[in-house]
Design a protein around this ligand. Structure first.
Ligand code: NAD
Ligand code: GLY
Length: 360
């Protein structure tokens, strides 16, 4: 097992990465302060891993309760969030309760937000069960829900007490979900880790085949990169925005198609191609580098174009509600080279139109 640390002073926390960790309660018992535990999961993950976790946590001195939410991005909203509060209140859980998120990014984001809000803040632990949530959403403290007018628009920065990434649970993950996670893995190579990008070019077939060692390496390297960025800029005042490469385009795709139609990672895959296409049109990266990145994204079975039915107007409208917009000006993450991203509002509108036209 590997242990990394997200270094945030008194709010620092460990990320445990290994195999068969979900049932090793001694790993995370130390992060459960009180006697009350509430596991939040969904009806898919519950069938696979809830009993094992409940069993591991069972202890005569502990009160363990579970909330099983409906599965899907379309349920990542305030209405479903309220089901968590209903349960916590019905069970009379107090401020010493620890919430445990057992699931992918949807469960992790909602549980974290519930933890941030319940009685003005209680402890929580992330047990991510998708590749995407292990390499990205469980680390860094972004929590929240969607609004019909924008993705992840209601939320809070709220850090967990610990993250437990158990590579063994990925064996049940559907291939399309694995690919969606690989989009965020490739993102780290593109934004800040050229050596990792090259490793991915050489090893993408192993990753896509579910090779446990290759996946564990991807999780470790991705979390190292993410932890470093988050430690520098927890609340996204600056550098953290590079973690959103492709996301402004991607969120527009997800919102336009209806939450859940395109997986988040799929939208990020096509969105990263759009960001790189624009970087190439602006003379920042070469056509050869663009082609290398597109080839890798394609080999990860991800879409490299946006839906053909999306109009330019739709893109501009949806991109204008992005969280990076400042004083009405769109800001995008672009690349200076493979492995080096930056954020800019200096965007040539006609080149952006060309990118939207070319990438559908
Ligand atoms: P998800 O949570 O919807 O999980 C994908 C699917 O896999 C679901 O059907 C789930 O039930 C199923 N599943 C989960 N674990 C499984 C397992 N081990 N075996 C079989 N099936 C399993 O999707 P996701 O890709 O994990 O997360 C996407 C969400 O994460 C989006 O809402 C996105 O906005 C959010 N996100 C947040 C951050 C952040 O920093 N907080 C970063 C990236 C993405
Ligand atoms: N997924 C982007 C971030 O955590 O900042």
């Amino acid at each position: 097992m590997k242990t990394l640390t997200v270094d945030l002073g008194e709010r620092s926390y460990p990320i445990f990465i290994g195999s068969e960790l979900v049932e090793r309660a001694e790993l995370f018992s130390e992060y459960i302060a009180g006697k009350q535990v509430c596991i939040v999961t969904n009806d898919t993950v519950a069938k696979l891993y809830l009993a094992g976790l409940e069993q591991a946590l069972s202890d005569a001195s502990r009160e363990v309760h579970s909330v099983v939410l409906p599965d899907g991005e379309q349920y990542k909203n305030l209405e479903t969030l309220n089901l968590i509060f209903d349960e916590l209140l019905q069970q009379r859980f107090n401020r010493s309760v620890t919430l445990i998120a057992l699931g992918g990014g949807v469960i992790g984001d909602m549980t974290g937000f519930a933890a941030a809000c319940y009685q003005r803040g209680v402890n929580f632990i992330q047990i991510p069960t998708t590749l995407l949530s292990m390499v990205d959403s469980s680390v860094g403290g972004k929590t929240g829900v969607n609004h019909p007018l924008g993705k992840n628009m209601i939320g809070a920065f709220y850090q967990p007490q610990a993250v437990v990434a158990d590579v063994a649970v990925l064996k049940t993950l559907p291939p399309r979900e694995l690919a969606a996670g690989v989009a965020e893995v490739i993102k780290y190579g593109l934004i800040c880790d050229y050596e990792f990008f090259e490793w991915l070019e050489a090893n993408i077939a192993r990753v896509m085949a579910g090779d446990v060692d290759a996946l564990a390496y991807c999780i470790e390297r991705s979390c190292q990169n993410k932890a470093q960025v988050v430690a520098q800029d927890e609340r996204e005042g600056g550098i953290r925005a590079i973690l959103n490469l492709g996301h402004t385009f991607g969120h527009a795709i997800e919102t336009a198609q209806g939450y859940g139609a395109w997986l988040h990672g799929e939208a990020v895959g096509a969105g990263m191609v759009m960001a790189l296409d624009l970087s190439q049109r602006m003379g920042l990266i070469s056509q050869a580098d663009l082609s290398r990145a597109v080839t890798l994204i394609k080999r990860a079975n991800l879409p490299v174009v946006a839906p053909a039915d999306m109009t330019e107007t739709q893109f501009f409208e949806l991109m204008s509600v992005d969280k990076k917009v400042q004083d009405g000006r769109l800001r995008l993450v672009l690349l200076n080279s493979l492995g080096e991203a930056f954020v800019t509002s200096d965007i040539d509108r006609s080149l952006l139109s060309q990118t939207i036209g070319a990438c559908r």
